[in-house]
Design a protein around this ligand. Structure first.
Ligand code: MRU
Length: 364
């Protein structure tokens, strides 16, 4: 996406064709800083400490992490070890395992001296595919927005609520949930986005709001608990969220709080869509509530808030008593029965095993 006239992806290769460049997302929206990843360890830290985040970008970063590892030591032992080290960075987004398995299978089948070049090539392919997938999700999601627009008076605003950041910063470009929105804006539809702040890491406040503002998309930042109230008052026409892992039966794991939005949407007959790139489908699990590992993050993210201080420094500020512990499950699962549809690169389907298999028959 363009920022001040420059087209950025969220990850790319430096001019030396070795160094991996990322945007240090913890500094946004206050500073757009590009940092270098020069080793597998750099890539692992960037994922674990959330310099990069969002399921598709985590996968792309892991793929480049494998390339950095192979450039350093292309042995079988290092291929295995690098898979382990990168895999243990974050547990929930399935794109991580998907990208690492793809890299291991591809690189494991060739001679060690060929691995570094092949790993860089594969990482670039994964990135390009992600961009294409999200562009297609945008086209498919646009049709849903157009259907809603057709039921409204000409020129009336279409209000879309989104949770967390499923924008271009969470993918390589376009975003998943935001791609239909960008396509709608380009088509001249009058769209307004309700951006959930998304405590505790505030991906909505810090990232989605920045993306929307940078692209001139009308939007309003709301606290996480406002969505149900807005739905009751007819101020939300549809919800579009992203996903970190979707099961074979269409249960969707996404940022904590997504489930509550889906419940509120069901109660108010508001369509609830999930933008789903196929690498985010975990075909090995069915019941998302029982089977998906939910990342438990540091309670300090709840007892403290991260932001820019008046002196310009960035830091955590405590908001609760010293003696109060924080509990911090980072994701939740929305059962398929609460989901109106899954917007994939191949089209929109029901959130069910039948719906998914119709679009992805090769998984039979
Ligand atoms: O903890 P994060 O910031 O990595 O969580 C990100 C999300 O939950 C996104 O909504 C999800 O990855 C979809 S991204 C297209």
């Amino acid at each position: 996406m363009k920022i001040d006239g420059t087209h950025y992806r969220s990850i790319w290769l430096g001019d030396d064709q070795k160094t991996v460049k990322i945007i240090e997302q913890r500094l946004l929206p206050h500073e757009l800083k590009v940092v270098d990843l020069k080793s597998r360890e750099d890539a692992a830290i960037a994922i674990k400490d959330m310099w990069v985040r969002g399921a598709p970008l985590i996968g792309a970063t892991a793929a480049y992490g494998m390339a950095l590892a192979m450039a350093d030591d292309p042995s079988d032992a290092n291929l295995e070890k690098s898979w382990e080290i990168l895999h243990e960075t974050r547990p929930t987004a399935i794109n991580l395992r998907w990208a690492l398995n793809r890299a291991k299978a591809h690189l494991g089948a060739m001679a060690p001296e060929e691995r570094a070049a092949a790993a860089y090539k594969l990482a670039a392919e994964i990135c390009d595919e992600d961009v294409e997938i999200n562009r297609s999700i945008g086209e498919n999601g646009l049709k849903l927005i157009e259907e809603i627009a057709a039921k409204k008076a000409p020129g009336e605003t279409i209000n879309i609520l989104t949770h967390c950041n499923a924008g271009w910063l969470a993918t390589v470009d376009w975003g998943t949930a935001t791609s239909p929105i960008y396509h709608a804006v380009e088509k001249g539809l009058k769209v307004h986005v309700w951006v959930d702040e998304t405590r505790p890491r505030n991906q909505g406040a810090q990232l989605t709001s920045w993306e929307m503002a940078s692209h001139g998309v009308p939007h309003t930042l709301i606290v996480d608990n406002a969505g149900g109230h807005l739905m009751q008052h007819g101020q939300v026409d549809m919800v579009i969220v992203g996903t970190d892992r979707t099961t074979a039966q269409g249960d969707v794991c996404n940022k904590i709080g997504t489930y509550l939005k889906a419940l509120a949407a069901k109660d108010n007959n508001v369509p609830f869509y999930v933008a789903l790139p196929s690498p985010t489908i975990d075909w090995t699990v069915n019941d998302g509530v029982k089977e998906i590992p939910i990342e438990e993050r540091d309670g300090r993210e709840v007892t403290h808030v991260y932001g820019k201080l008046e002196n310009g420094e960035r830091d955590w500020v405590q908001i609760s008593p010293d003696a109060t512990p924080g509990g911090n499950p980072a994701f939740d699962v929305t059962p398929s029965r609460l989901i109106t549809g899954l917007i994939t690169e191949r089209g929109v389907c029901d959130a069910s095993s039948e719906g998914l298999k119709k679009l992805f028959p090769e998984q039979e």
